[in-house]
Design a protein. Structure first.
Lengths: 499, 100
């Protein structure tokens, strides 16, 4: 697929996208108070006098929130600013008791970084692409307003007020809806690897402001952009880009101009509309917060942050390919989500130690099992399956039996089904249910001898050059063994006997 | 640097302070006096002087990530939080309807 363009009446247009992602920092307490960040509490129960902006209360930063922002910065290879500062962003709204948000405008904690979005031929991303990240700063979340509970009043819940957010600001480096979607997915993956944000978009832990502008293909000047606020899914981000790009092209081709404005997305219709706001709403009169000294980070602290970083998605994927010998596709699928690679690595370790082989010798078998075989079975069983029974030990022992040739691929599936339904031990199931293949050469040899004796004519034809008959003999042997013979052993004995 | 009546009116509006035209008018020379006074600082040569953020050497202290470690700065005190609210219902603050 070629470059993403919008066909207009006057020619082809391209789209330029930048994203500001707000990610809730994973912490127990809020950014500047000791109130809990737990989701779903009774209204105004997780609110301290600091969060409610009572007079005389002073903010004291939560070390963990700072640590998580620094670790996130390190994960996107960004410059970490040992000196940063908090500023007040002033505006009045009912969900903001302070009358200002504590944020970082002039000296953010994290500077220039980047992430790589993965090639996806089908989505029109022919190769890996580096997306610049301008900065990450930490700031307070606001409270929540409910407008539909009372005829004349809005209700205010300050439980979220003061929860720590990271605002992650990209460069306008994306040029298609697919790239914007890939960026959000990759960022989410990195945040979840690092553990600095749970990435739960439904609960609002991650939301994006989508900046979109268009220009004629070949123009070097950026067009005027619009900003669509609080978009909370990857699909919606892509819809916003598609809709806004088309809308702006139509406006420009009708001789109009795009206004730099804030818009809202309506998921129901897939459209955006302008947010009614006062002209001076953006006059935030930022100034350094006099309640907070500059934040200066010590080398020890930075060292601890760096040392606690896990292996990140790109590095893990490269290792799966180079060291474990997995395919590009499998490596990508396995490393996309934290849960997936954790399950895979557990199973891989258990299988390798069970069989007594290095991990790379069993990695492909385990990857196929973890990515396609096991999920397929779990899905087909639906309600009948108890996923809690799918322990790494149980699955490892199935893979172990399969690797040793004791059970066939089909039997492995049957045993896993029983494990999922009952939680019984795989070895015990194999014995009790007769789900084992015969590798006993004596029994197989006897069966083969009988078949060869009963089919002398075919043996002659085979020896005369009719190679295809080999399959017939295999089939007959398997039938005689009720499908439980080890195919590798059957093949070997047949080859020996037929010379 | 100086301000005029229009700017004073705008600052008042941003700060949600209701001021009549006469009050704004009166405020112009007062604010300009303050600005002039602050502007005198510009006469000092500060080449090579680091910006000062506190009069005594001090660094920002941080807190551990513990919920309600100190009751004074912790949550679970809804009654206190809502005590001064003109309207509080069902655990919420009630405010005049604000909707975009």
């Amino acid at each position: 697929m070629s470059k993403y363009t919008i066909q207009g009446a006057t020619g082809e247009w391209e789209v330029v996208i930048g994203l500001e992602v707000h990610a809730q920092v994973t912490s127990n307490a809020k950014l500047f108070s000791g109130a809990s960040t737990a989701f779903g509490a009774e209204p105004n129960c997780n609110v301290s006098l600091v969060d409610a902006a009572m007079p005389g209360m002073l903010p004291v930063p939560n070390r963990e929130c700072i640590r998580q922002a620094v670790r996130t910065g390190m994960a996107i290879k960004a410059q970490i600013n040992k000196y940063s500062r908090f500023d007040r962003k002033n505006y009045f709204y009912a969900d903001l008791p302070q009358g200002y948000q504590i944020s970082q405008l002039y000296h953010p904690i994290v500077g220039e970084g980047q992430l790589v979005i993965d090639a996806d031929e089908k989505a029109g991303i022919p190769e890996d692409k580096v997306i610049g990240i301008e900065r990450i700063h930490v700031e307070q979340d606001a409270g929540k307003l409910m407008h539909d509970q009372h005829p004349t009043m809005s209700y205010v819940d300050l439980n979220r007020s003061g929860v720590a957010l990271m605002e992650i600001v990209s460069r306008p480096d994306m040029t298609s809806p697919a790239e914007a979607g890939a960026y959000v997915r990759k960022l989410r993956s990195i945040l979840r690897y690092v553990g600095s944000c749970d990435g739960n978009m439904e609960e609002g832990s991650m939301r994006a402001d989508v900046n979109v502008s268009v220009r004629k293909v070949g123009d070097s000047e950026l067009g005027t952009r619009t900003e669509t606020k609080n978009v909370n899914s990857v699909r919606f981000v892509q819809q916003v880009v598609e809709y806004e790009a088309r809308r702006q092209v139509d406006v420009l081709e009708d001789g109009g101009t795009v206004d730099q404005e804030t818009r809202l997305f309506d998921p129901g219709t897939g459209t955006t509309r302008i947010m009614r706001s006062k002209e001076d709403a953006h006059d935030y009169r930022y100034f350094p917060d006099p309640d907070l000294l500059p934040l200066e980070l010590e080398d020890d602290f930075l060292e601890e942050c760096r040392a606690s970083l896990p292996e990140l998605p790109d590095a893990k994927r490269a290792r799966y390919i180079d060291e474990l010998g997995l395919t590009e596709y499998n490596a990508r699928e396995l490393t996309a989500e934290v849960e997936t690679f954790a399950r895979f690595e557990n199973l891989l370790a258990a299988t390798a130690s069970g069989i007594g082989k290095p991990e790379k010798d069993v990695a492909t078998q385990v990857a196929n099992w973890a990515l396609s075989v096991a999920p397929g079975i779990i899905k087909s069983l639906g309600e009948e399956a108890n996923p809690a029974h799918a322990t790494a030990e149980a699955q490892a022992s199935i893979l172990d039996m399969q690797a040793k040739g004791e059970i066939s691929g089909g039997q492995a599936k049957e045993i896993f089904e029983i494990v999922l339904k009952t939680g019984r031990e795989p070895e015990e199931i194999a014995e009790a249910e007769g789900l084992k293949q015969v590798s006993d050469t004596g029994a197989i040899e006897a069966a083969i001898d009988e078949i060869l004796a009963n089919n002398e004519d075919k043996v002659e034809q085979y020896k005369g050059g009719k190679d295809k008959l080999f399959g017939f003999f295999v089939g007959q042997t398997m039938k005689a063994m009720q499908g439980k013979a080890n195919p590798a052993v059957v093949n070997q004995i047949l080859k020996d006997k037929l010379g | 640097m100086s301000v005029d009546t229009k700017q004073v009116a705008k600052i008042a509006s941003l700060a949600r302070i209701a001021m009549s035209d006469a009050e704004c008018e009166k405020m112009v020379p007062e604010l300009n006096n303050i600005l002039d006074w602050v502007e005198q600082l510009g006469e000092v040569d500060v080449t090579g002087v680091e910006p000062m953020t506190a009069v005594i050497p001090n660094t920002l202290r941080m807190r551990d990530d513990v919920v309600n470690a100190d009751p004074k700065t912790g949550g679970d005190r809804r009654e206190d939080v809502l005590a001064n609210a003109p309207v509080a219902e069902h655990g919420f603050f009630g405010v005049p309807k604000v909707i975009e």
